[in-house]
Design a protein around this ligand. Structure first.
Ligand code: UDP
Ligand code: MG
Length: 360
C-alpha cells in the first residue's frame, strides 16, 4: 500500500464477491503476495460485496481493518457480477486496474505476465482460458458455443474464451466508466474501446471454496446482454423473415388463384386464403420496418461515443515548433531547437468526441 493514502496506487485490484466468505481469506493472501511483487507494494484491493447472503461482508470488514491495502465496498443488494465490477471500477484509483474473481479460479499469479505485457505497451491485457478445470461439461460446452456464436455475429471482435479477468490502463478504465449504457457486458465494452489489446493464456482453476453464483438465469441474462448489446442481427432477422414470408405468400396466392380458375376451390376458400396471405405479409412488412427504426433507437440510447481517438500525429512545423519565421527572427537562438528534417512529433490526446445529438 502507498504510504500516503492520497497517492494514486500503481495498481488497483477489483474483485466482485457474492457469497465468498470462505474463499476471501485465501484469495487475499495470494492477491497481496502478487501485488507486493508486481506493484512494489503500491496497491489497493477493492472488494465489492454484491449483496451476499452469507457473512462475506463481515469477513470483508475484518480484512479491511487489518490490511491497509484493502477497500471494502458493500452494495445495497445483489446487482449481479457486471454491476459489482462496474462499482469497483468506479472506486478504483490505481494507474492500472486488474479485474479478478474472488474465488481463485483466476490465479492472482498471472498478474506478473499481465504487468509485463502492459509495460510493453498494451492498454488492455486479458486472460484467455486455456483449460477450465473443475467446471461442468454443460458450462464448458455452453460457454464454448456462446463465445463462438458471439464472435460470428458481434459488430466488434470480442476475444474468444475470455471472461472479465483483465488488466486495464487508467485511460481505458476512465473511458469504460464513462460509457453510460445500462446493460453492461464489460468484456464486449472493453473490446469496443479498442487500443492495443494483448492476451495472456492461463489455466482456469477450480473454485477454492463455495459454489458458483452464476445461476442458469444469470448466465442467460449475460448472454442476452452480450448478443443484444453488440449485435443488431437478431433484429435484422425480422427483415429476412419478412422476405421469406412474402415469397411464400406469393406462392400461396398463385396456388389459391389456380384453384379458383380450375374450379377445384371450395366456395369462399379463395377469398379467405387471399385475405390471410395479404394481412400476414402486411404485418410482417410492418414489423420489419419497425425493427429497422427500433435498432436505430437502440443504438442511439446506448449513448456510446461515436468513435475514440487513440493517438494524433502532427508535424512540428504545423505546431510552430520549428517555424522558419522563428529562424529568421533569431537564428542563433532557434538553431539549437531547429531540426532541418522535421520529425513527426508524437502527440497523444485522450480525445472522446461529443455524444451524438438527438436528431443528428
Ligand atoms: N459474483 C458477483 N455477483 C453475482 C454472482 C457472482 O459479484 O451475482 C462474483 C463471484 O463472487 C465471483 C465472480 O463474480 O467473484 C464470478 O462468479 P462465479 O465464480 O460465481 O461465476 P463462474 O466462475 O462460476 O462463472
Ligand atoms: Mg468462479
Amino acid at each position: 500500500m502507498t504510504d500516503k493514502p492520497a497517492d494514486k496506487p500503481r495498481l488497483s485490484v477489483v474483485a466482485p464477491c457474492y457469497n465468498e466468505e470462505r474463499a476471501l481469506p485465501c484469495f487475499l493472501e495470494r492477491m497481496i503476495a502478487a501485488c507486493q511483487e508486481w506493484a512494489n507494494g503500491a496497491y489497493e484491493i477493492v472488494l465489492v460485496n454484491d449483496g451476499s447472503r452469507d457473512d462475506t461482508w463481515a469477513c470483508m470488514r475484518a480484512l479491511a481493518h487489518t490490511n491497509p491495502g484493502v477497500v471494502a465496498v458493500n452494495l445495497s443488494r445483489n446487482h449481479g457480477h457486471q454491476l459489482a465490477v462496474s462499482a469497483g471500477l468506479s472506486l478504483a484509483r490505481g494507474e492500472r486496474v486488474l479485474v479478478i474473481d474472488a474465488d481463485l479460479q483466476d490465479p492472482p499469479e498471472v498478474l506478473g505476465a499481465m504487468m509485463t505485457r502492459m509495460d510493453e505497451g498494451a492498454d488492455v491485457v486479458y486472460g484467455r482460458r486455456r483449460a477450465r478445470v473443475g467446471e461442468s461439461t454443460f458450462k464448458r460446452a455452453t460457454a464454448h458455443a456462446f463465445y463462438r456464436l458471439l464472435g460470428k455475429i458481434s459488430e466488434v471482435a470480442i476475444p474468444l474464451d475470455t471472461g472479465d479477468f483483465r488488466l486495464m490502463s487508467r485511460d481505458i478504465v476512465n473511458r469504460l466508466i464513462a460509457m453510460p449504457e445500462q446493460d453492461r457486458f464489460l468484456r464486449g465494452m472493453v473490446a469496443w474501446l479498442g487500443g492495443h489489446q494483448a492476451e495472456v493464456e492461463y489455466d482456469r482453476d477450480p473454485r477454492v471454496a463455495g459454489e458458483t453464483g452464476y445461476s442458469l438465469g444469470k448466465m442467460i441474462a449475460l448472454a442476452v446482454a452480450g448478443v443484444t448489446g453488440f449485435s443488431t442481427l437478431p433484429m435484422r432477422l425480422a427483415g429476412l423473415f419478412t422476405g421469406l414470408g412474402v415469397m411464400v405468400g406469393i406462392g400461396i396466392a398463385f396456388y389459391v388463384l389456380h384453384g379458383l380458375i380450375s374450379g377445384h376451390a371450395v366456395p369462399g376458400w379463395t377469398s379467405l386464403a387471399l385475405v390471410m396471405v395479404f394481412f400476414s405479409c402486411a404485418q410482417l412488412a410492418c414489423l420489419a420496418v419497425m425493427s429497422l427504426y427500433i435498432s436505430r433507437i437502440f443504438t442511439q440510447v446506448k449513448q456510446r461515443p461515436l468513435f475514440l481517438i487513440h493517438e494524433v500525429l502532427e508535424c512540428p512545423v504545423r505546431l510552430g515548433l520549428a517555424a522558419p519565421r522563428a529562424m529568421a527572427r533569431d537564428a542563433s537562438a532557434d538553431a539549437a531547437r531547429f531540426s532541418p528534417a522535421p520529425e513527426i512529433r508524437f502527440v497523444r490526446r485522450a480525445g472522446t468526441p461529443p455524444r451524438r445529438e438527438p436528431g443528428r
